[in-house]
Design a protein around this ligand. Structure first.
Ligand SMILES: [Zn+2]
Length: 312
């Protein structure tokens, strides 16, 4: 996957616990402070148990997350879930073994089993700061696997775990805390950066722009009070609207050019120029090209297009 090497330019991908934000009673987020390969991490409490959402990259980060969560839980039982299998979200789960019940949807468990090793290799290739955090990673096996929906009762608070179907990855999951109006999206939404398209043919082509748009439409219609994106600042429902607008623009600009059989390289150049002009302050410009590549494969005329958007 080296020909699609991602750029890792940021500071060390280390979870820090300054500025922990309380979003509702007994619900905090450890913010990623816009550091690359650090996710926003949720800690959600009920009277009996506490759910941690995301592990951070590798066991050393996850050890600190576990320590923070155990202190926060103050004797309450611990659960862990991850929004999808990507390394900074899930490759620290081993630290929670024996300490927490690790719970995910089936498609995500399959993703982790099928592609975990390849992602470990790919991410080690991103550079020494990332490789250091990935030292000693052993891919954990979830304790509980559900198919589509799981309601986790933390005691006086039920958290909804929902598989969205393939979008940013095959096994995306969103986590909703209805009594607090909080939604954790994982990488289905980011703020301050271009949407992450892990489109790495021929190794991984599970990301789907058209399915992602359909999922975002459904999520945006639920109007949560607070949206915690996978990376970037926490916001309101406009976070979802913004991602949906961006994905639709990316699709429309890509497909308009594909209609007139412009080459993929030219489409990438033109669409990148247009979107960078639209969002000059956003990070992650390399994800525009992979997004165009993904959406070219999903153009209605493409053999690979599965036409799901019409029925989704
Ligand atoms: Zn991801």
């Amino acid at each position: 996957m080296s020909d699609h090497a991602l750029e890792f330019t940021g500071p060390d991908p280390v979870v820090r616990f300054e500025g922990v934000q309380e979003l509702a009673a007994d619900l905090v987020v450890v913010p990623n402070r816009s550091v690359q390969l650090v996710p926003n991490i949720g800690v959600i409490g009920g009277s009996e148990a506490v759910l941690v959402v995301e592990t951070g990259l590798g066991p050393r980060n996850a050890d600190t997350v576990l320590r923070f969560a155990a202190e926060y839980a103050h004797g309450r039982r611990l659960y862990l879930t991850t929004t999808h299998f990507h390394p900074e979200h899930a490759f620290g789960a081993q630290s929670f073994t024996g300490e927490a019940t690790f719970l995910v949807n089936r498609a995500q468990a399959d993703d982790l089993a099928a592609k975990g090793e390849a992602y470990l290799q790919m991410f080690r290739g991103l550079g020494a700061p990332v490789a250091r955090q990935l030292e000693g990673v052993e891919l954990a096996t979830p304790d509980v696997v559900y198919d589509d929906e799981y309601d986790l009762d933390l005691g006086g608070r039920v958290v909804q775990l929902r598989a969205t179907g393939r979008a940013h990855s095959k096994g995306d999951q969103v986590v909703t805390v209805p009594d607090a109006g909080v939604l954790f999206t994982g990488d289905l939404a980011e703020t301050g950066q271009f949407a992450i398209f892990p489109w790495f043919p021929p190794y991984d082509t599970d990301v789907s722009g058209t399915r992602w748009i359909a999922v975002m439409r459904k999520l945006a219609a639920t109007r949560p009070r607070v949206v915690v994106p996978g990376h970037g600042d926490i916001g309101g429902p406009q976070v979802l609207d913004g991602v949906l607008d961006y994905l639709e623009l990316l699709r429309d600009e890509t497909w308009r050019r594909r209609d007139s059989t412009v080459s993929e390289d030219t489409i990438i150049k033109e669409v990148t120029a247009l979107l960078v002009e639209r969002h000059p302050d956003w990070a992650g410009r390399e994800w525009i090209a992979t997004g165009v590549g993904c959406l070219c494969s999903e153009h209605p005329s493409s053999e690979d297009a599965d036409g799901t958007e019409a029925t989704a």
